[in-house]
Write a protein that binds this ligand. Sequence first.
Ligand code: ADP
Length: 331
Amino acid sequence: MSRRVGVLTSGGDAPGMNAAIRTVVRAAIHYNMEPMAIYRGYHGLIRGEIEPLTSRSVSGIIQRGGTILKSARSEEFKTPEGRQKAVDMLKKHGIESLIVIGGDGSLTGALELDKLGIRVVGIPATIDNDIACTDYSIGFDTAVNTVMEAVNKIRDTASSHERVYVVEVMGRHSGYIALYSGLAGGADVIIIPEVPYDVEKVCEHIKHANQQGKTYNIIMVAEGASHGGLEDFGGSPSIAIARYIQENTGYDTRITILGHIQRGGAPTMRDRLLASRLAYHAVELVYQGRSRRMVGEVDHVVKSWDLEFALAQEKQINLDYYHLSNILSSI
Ligand code: ADP
């Protein structure tokens, strides 16, 4: 069995990827395997951007956001020819096992490599937390804490003015960031792709809250929320919602689109622990010669699943959080 294990990060970067890389490298050495860096995801793999890693190559990175292996998207890898080039490159470097750290696109790519005879283990890392078979993916906790701190700051300025603040956060298909940061940040309304909403009711909610003595309101909107019938108001859902609220309540309304700050920053303790534990288990599976697995943590226990099964499951959002937020903001 080959003793060489490749590791790459792919797709959107997430804080904690470095902590995962560090563990992959050191755990591989612990198991007498040779860790090999593949730079720039599948793009770099096809081009042979591969070199050995040592324990010292991953010194001083546990606290850093981003990924020292760089990340990329590769259209070529989506073609059979591109994937064959990737397989040839892995064989050329004597790599039979590959650990892929990334989101669902990257893990789907890993599954394709398994079909071509490469042993793969996936580690879910995406701030969107939209991967099933793990309670959380690497990067989510840091992103939510970043958003929560931004909301704290908006609250400071909000308390000086009587305004409605609409805050747009990441999540093209998933409301996890909006829901968790909304509940933790004390938002008045949370608008997510998973739950239909009525903008009239949002306006009523704001008016009611203000009659109760609230002087400002915070509305969290996931970027992937629907327009809720507000397409004519233009822009993203958050812009349309803000315009509608201003026109229909008369309250001065401001929009904050948090954007890429949500991807950056030092990973939180939770993300570092999650990354370290998932990556260690991924290396154990490689050592055992397993393939087509995805590691995840459910109810605080690290496990692995068949990768194809995991990718076919739909991640469910915890609607208890949504209902709790509604209760707390309506009193
Ligand atoms: P993420 O991993 O964050 O979801 P992407 O969806 O952009 O990010 O995927 C990252 C890369 O994974 C893509 O650029 C592509 O090279 C590869 N990939 C994504 N989907 C597939 C697929 N269906 N088949 C093969 N490779 C894929």
